[in-house]
Design a protein around this ligand. Sequence first.
Ligand code: NAD
Length: 507
Amino acid sequence: MSEQLQQNIAKAEGYLARFKNNTLGHYINGEWTLGSEGNTFDNTTPTDQSFLGKVVQGSEADVNAACDAAAAAAAEWAAMPGAARKKILHKLGDELEKRAEEIAMVESMDCGQPLRFMRQAAIRGAANFRFFADKAPEARNGLSLHQDQHTNYTVRNPIGPVAVITPWNTPFMLSTWKIAPALAAGCTVVHKPAELSPLTAAILAECAEAAGLPKGVWNMVNGFGTVVGKALTEHPAIKAVALVGDSATGKKIQAQTANTLKRLHLELGGKNPVIVFNDADFDRALDAVVFMIYSLNGQRCTSSSRLLIQSGIKDKFLAALKERVANLKVGHSLDPATEVGPLVHTGHYDKVTSYFDIAKQDGATVAVGGKSLRDEMGPGNYVTPTLFVEAANNMRIAQEEIFGPVLTAIEFDTEEQAIELANDTIYGLAGYIWTSNTGCAMRMADKVEAGMLWVNSENNRNLPSPFGGVKMSGIGRDGGDWSFDFYMETKNVCIAHDLHSVPVLGR
Ligand code: NAD
């Protein structure tokens, strides 16, 4: 064990002690509570399955209390001038930055993401709050739409209390990405963090409290999707649900919210293609292909899990790729040298490793990896970064979201074939195109079915740009003003110039 890893483990132990020694509850109406029933579940770290603390299993009564608090606080928060909300949200950004190291270490231990990527989590979280804070004063602005004898104008009002339901893969960043625009728009929030990674959501609520958010504006209820998530999505006070999660969960939430007719934003799964043409910048494309599936343990919605490689460079590209994949450093998430950490949970580890056999049964070749590392590395959820070749797009490894450090490479000859393969999936979140031919890039960008396409780039993010998917990857967009459109209702006001004749009946 390196000295640096030992130091990091000691530091993380310090940050984690309070979670280990106290049951983590909910944050409702500005108070920490252990809830109505007192049932708990154990939270463990995927680095070695050791205990990280007890977490309260929320009940329907706890959800009701949180929704009541969010409803009671809604009018005052919505009426607060945008400039005042802006100030509080910037203060929240300051609080996150102050606790950046703690957030990074706790997140790494809770969900297994390597520290090298989590170091940015708080900084990116703070940036999310600052970006939407700056937009808060103008959030209500609308359009002026002129007619000959009338003028229409639109204004936006916060939709009301909203539910934010987040997954475990990058829990902290995704929570901030959803909650920041909701608060800036003037909505109150009930947040349900993923049961597999609840810790940084608690730190986030503490930062909100320290920033002076009024009671009831931010509520957080821990527990399971089937109980807490379900009750939250069915609660009549909740006007909109923002989910980041699995496509199956998105479908369930669509059904659960039907009775109360809620607005939904669903950011779901993906099986994103990275398409590398013969004329691509070889080295840059190789770097991006490796980064976009093996960073964040491949537990990333926008990961490029299908490599579509043109036949002219296939052999050379795959040879270079194999070398890079075999060279990836798997290790403890707190080791600064680690590139791929343990998978979040034993259930997810079982799912990912099951594809090693599925690939062989389907006739693909395991070119690199395809192994559990439990014998070598102990009880943590460690697997070898894996590359499947000689694969076809109809195989399960090309169709199903594995959500691990596992890449499936498929050969193509022509641009038309690349489009056909790229679109032959139920998903449509992201796509990546590597070519030096601008016309080809433009044609591909036009034809590939996805909410987001990157040309000659990995997953570069721009906060004002829209983020979201098509097909089974989701409904709706956030980013920039798209977020406000989701968290606000647009109202049209039509004013006559008193020039038109009003239709007369019964005179
Ligand atoms: P998940 O769908 O199992 O869980 C997500 C959240 O939904 C959790 O908080 C869970 O408790 C809750 N939930 C589960 N059932 C529910 C129900 N019936 N009602 C209400 N809430 C319920 O997803 P996960 O396994 O935590 O995360 C991985 C998935 O998230 C992957 O499919 C990944 O692609 C997706 N994801 C998508 C994006 C995106 O932006 N499109 C980003 C990150 C992750």
